[in-house]
Design a protein around this ligand. Structure first.
Ligand code: NAP
Length: 320
């Protein structure tokens, strides 16, 4: 099969399309013929060597959608021929086939395209984890999705709207803000416009927002704290550097700053997340949005695009 291989850490060009042996499933494993691959910022950090040592060569990626080719002993929840999405992979998903542990593979409802299925793993799991399991957001609360036009942000807007929360969201381009608005956000602001933060509290009648899902904490965390309602929670989802905060902003409102990272999700929590995602896909409240599709060989260009400082429009997907 053809797969992207990384032989050394470095810029996007260290990713090369090569021939590699087809994966074979062991007990408790599944081989998926990949139709679409989701590209996430974390794969650029791993490729660059920021996330610590890796064995070379490796194939990047955890998110894909396709058809089950073969299953190993003890796999019962999917069968050869089933449409599935992956959230995690043993061999990497930037490839024509990927080897997964059984628990990393979930059935993909029939009306959801493979491109949409590839947009589920990291973004939707992260949005659900942040909104419900870390923030404990409940219907009636007001949620600021700070950076809503990308993979995680759009997922979070859909989930919060479906759960009966009032969503204030931000995007950096007109096209991005339109997309966010179409997902049901009540107010959409431009996070590059001067003074946009001053508009947020008035939108809540002066009370502040209950939950902030933060995609760029190194820029926004200090200012986020001043936007919170009493008992407000900021969930740090994305951060690319350091930031100064005034701790007194947390004291005055009994506020929490809560971090999160995908690998910390426990098995039972993960099962619960996928049950919720599949239910949301089936009832139409979750509708993954694919902004750009490219051939697998263009993985280097996809990594450049996903790290652009602004201009996100949902998911970038590779077709093997
Ligand atoms: P993405 O699709 O590239 O989206 C990035 C988002 O950040 C866009 O909505 C972008 O808006 C927004 N943004 C740009 N400048 C901003 C600003 N000044 N303030 C607020 N938002 C701003 O990436 P993603 O997949 O959604 O991931 C978002 C971040 O979360 C990344 O840093 C990623 O590494 C991280 N992440 C963390 C976890 C975890 O487990 N903690 C999991 C997944 C992702 P415009 O392009 O419209 O300007």
């Amino acid at each position: 099969m053809r797969a992207i291989r990384v032989h050394e850490f470095g810029g996007p060009d260290v990713m090369k399309l090569e021939d590699t042996p087809d994966p074979q499933p062991g007990a408790g494993e599944v081989v998926v013929t990949v139709e679409a691959v989701g590209v996430n910022p974390v794969e650029t950090y791993i490729r660059a060597g920021i996330y610590g040592p890796r064995e070379f060569p490796f194939t990047p990626g955890s998110d894909a959608a396709g058809t089950v080719e073969t299953v190993g002993d003890g796999v019962a929840h999917v069968r050869p021929g089933d449409r599935v999405y992956s959230a995690g992979s043993v061999s990497g998903t930037y490839a024509q086939k990927t080897l997964c542990q059984a628990a990393q593979v979930q059935p993909l409802p029939g009306h959801v395209t493979f491109e949409q299925g590839a947009a589920l793993g990291v973004p939707y799991v992260t949005a659900y984890r942040g909104l419900f399991q870390r923030a404990g957001a409940i219907p009636g609360e007001t949620v600021l999705v700070h950076g809503a036009s990308g993979g995680v942000g759009l997922a979070a807007v859909q989930m919060a709207v479906a759960a009966g929360m009032t969503v204030i969201a931000t995007g950096g381009t007109e096209e991005g803000r339109k997309l966010v608005s179409e997902q049901g956000a009540a107010h959409v602001l431009d996070h590059h416009a001067g003074g946009y933060l001053d508009q947020i509290k008035p939108l809540t009648g002066g009370r502040g927002v209950d939950v902030i899902l933060e995609m760029l904490a190194n820029v926004n965390l200090g200012k986020d704290l001043g936007l919170l309602a009493p008992q407000g929670r900021v969930i740090v989802i994305g951060s690319r550097g350091k930031v100064e905060i005034d701790p007194r902003d947390t004291m005055s409102r009994d506020a929490d700053i809560r971090g999160m990272a995908g690998p910390n999700i426990g098995e039972a929590e993960r099962r619960s997340i996928h049950a919720a995602l599949i239910a949301g896909l089936k009832n139409g409240t979750l509708r993954p949005i694919v902004g750009r599709t490219m051939p697998l060989a263009d993985a280097p260009r996809a990594h450049e695009e996903v790290m652009r400082p602004s201009g996100a429009l949902g998911k970038i997907v590779l077709r093997p």
